[in-house]
Design a binder for this molecule. Structure first.
Ligand SMILES: [Zn+2]
Length: 294
């Protein structure tokens, strides 16, 4: 039970718009925030190295180079982190689905439940629905008690092109007529059934959604929701063998599906669901008053 809250931790931030993060591109996404805290972090390792070398000249284990600097990607990278692609209003993100032979998109039903965050406020979290997928299933406790069916969601690993044009999703040739090399991070998209139908229509007849580049934008004229358009008939990351190898290497740690499945919500059994919902009126959005005491 203890590792589970960690898996859904990211989902706490679902409502907060975050700038796309990059691991391959440095400066632009690293932005001002980390800078104020970095001087200490940067200074400490250096001092430590010097001290160790002076006091321990016979050990060979302590000659590790821990030096860093403000443009050091290591300081800003968050390995193991799977960021959700969520373009801001007026902006676009470009991506391609990771080949389904590596890992298939994952689907499950979930409920959004408001729970106290322990600091006097509430936060909405995603919990997996107990009713199995499929029309014939009888409603499980969670659906009965919340008064709504679990929502079907699909999550899929993607290659997020971090240096595509942030407005159009295009790659533009530079002054010398060359396209810039692809910079990317492995991320994920969360899709509704509606989104799935939309994306299914994008490829040509002899292709499929895994073999194209897609641009995701905010839907025009709707308060929420995203729109998906085809940007290229072949994923750009596959065109250069070096980039393709880098994508494969970066995706490796996510191919067991653990992090991805975690994005579908925390798993609870019926007893845990009952505990979670004991402070909630059926069908209401009411706050859970006493979950902390359970
Ligand atoms: Zn349910």
């Amino acid at each position: 039970m203890s590792p589970l809250p960690m898996q859904s931790f990211d989902d706490d931030f679902d409502g907060i718009a975050t700038a796309p993060k990059t691991t391959t591109a440095t400066a632009q996404a690293a932005a001002p925030a980390p800078v104020s805290t970095t001087p200490k972090a940067a200074a400490a390792p250096k001092a430590a190295v010097v001290e160790e070398e002076e006091n321990n000249s016979t050990t060979t284990d302590d000659d590790e180079n821990l030096s860093t600097d403000f443009d050091d990607e290591k300081v800003y990278a968050r390995p193991g982190q799977l960021n959700q692609l969520r373009p801001e209003k007026g902006k676009a993100v470009r991506f391609a689905f990771i080949p389904k032979e590596w890992i298939a998109p994952q689907t499950a039903k979930s409920h959004w439940v408001e729970t106290p965050d322990g600091q006097g406020k509430t936060t909405k979290r995603r919990y997996r629905c107990l009713t199995p997928l499929g029309k014939e299933s009888e409603q499980a406790y969670c659906c009965e008690r919340t008064g709504e069916d679990g929502k079907i969601e699909v999550v899929a690993l993607v290659v997020h092109y971090t240096n595509a044009d942030p407005i159009t999703g295009k790659y533009e040739k530079d002054a010398s007529g060359n396209f810039p090399p692809v910079q990317f991070e492995i991320g994920f998209v969360r899709l509704s059934g509606f989104n799935m139908r939309q994306i299914k229509k994008l490829p040509d007849e002899d292709s499929d959604p895994f073999k194209i580049d897609i641009v995701m934008t905010h839907a025009d004229g709707r308060a929420f929701g995203y729109e998906f358009n085809r940007k290229a008939p072949v994923p750009r990351w596959t065109l250069d063998p070096q980039t393709a190898a880098a994508v494969k290497a970066a995706a490796q740690r996510f191919l067991d599906g653990k992090a991805l499945r975690g994005k579908l919500g925390q798993r609870l059994n019926e007893v845990e669901w009952k505990a979670l919902l004991s402070g909630k009126k059926p069908g209401s959005e009411a706050t859970l008053g006493n979950v902390e005491e359970l």
